[in-house]
Design a protein around this ligand. Structure first.
Ligand SMILES: [Zn+2]
Length: 245
């Protein structure tokens, strides 16, 4: 049977049956990978804490041509984020980060950007950066990377720039200036538009410079709303976040 190994982050690991777990991985270079971890649902198993959320590891696997899922044989932990992920103030943000990646990234969409960005978010949180700003930064880039982000600098109808305030079209496919707006209700202010544009050229570590200019909750709700609208699903993990209460 063909075999391979890959550097990856664990996004989910859920019991598949009494013995095994179904694991979703974000690989460093080849996008999403779904795998069966044999025996991982048993109390004592060879994977130990390798399959915790956002553990970065080197995963060894094999596959059969007639099966869709690959099978994990073993792995080595490279970086564990367990203390961070399991902290009460982080855990639901981490669930939402993992869920959005699983839902938004296209299968076989191999690129390193989202992988590196997730690592930057996790390391940023370890250094004490605010989780809501990191989440917002991540959502902007996830949409940009998949070609789903609206242009924050232009009215999508008349092309006007220098927007002080804009409204999202009801299908989330672009902004409308005050003159082109016809009852749309999701408003985005100048600072929020500037932030979206700023992320294109700045690292998440510098999000702190935005604290106090606007509260990230509104834009987090708009971007998750856009993700849900395009995918025609509800993000299950967002309901636990203060931004959605
Ligand atoms: Zn316009």
């Amino acid at each position: 049977m063909p075999q391979a190994s890959t550097l990856a982050l664990v996004l989910t690991a859920a019991p598949l049956n009494e013995q095994d777990k179904l694991v979703s991985l974000l690989t460093a270079e080849h996008g999403l990978l779904k795998a069966v971890a044999p025996g991982a649902a048993k109390l004592k198993n060879r994977f130990g804490s390798l399959l915790e959320l956002f553990t970065e590891g080197e995963f060894h696997y094999y596959w059969r041509e007639d099966r869709e899922l690959v099978t994990l044989s073993k792995g080595e932990i490279k970086t564990s984020f367990f203390p961070l992920v399991s902290a009460a103030e982080n855990v639901f943000y981490c669930y939402l980060l993992a869920e959005t990646v699983l839902r938004v990234m296209q299968p076989n969409h191999g690129d390193t950007r989202i992988y590196n960005l997730l690592l930057a978010v996790l390391h940023g949180r370890e250094k004490g950066q605010a989780m809501d700003w990191l989440l917002l930064y991540f959502l902007v880039w996830l949409l940009r990377n998949e070609g789903l982000l609206f242009n924050p600098r232009r009215c999508s109808n008349c092309g006007r720039g220098e927007l002080e305030r804009a409204w999202l079209r009801s299908d989330y496919r672009g902004l409308l200036c005050p003159a082109c707006r016809t009852g749309e209700r999701l408003a985005v202010d100048r600072d929020e538009l500037d932030f979206i544009a700023w992320t294109a050229t700045h690292a998440p570590a510098h999000c702190a410079t935005w604290a106090g200019r606007f509260a990230p909750a509104g834009l987090i709700r708009i971007l998750t709303g856009k993700i849900e609208y395009h995918g025609e699903f509800t993000l299950q993990s967002r309901r636990y976040l203060p931004e959605f209460r």
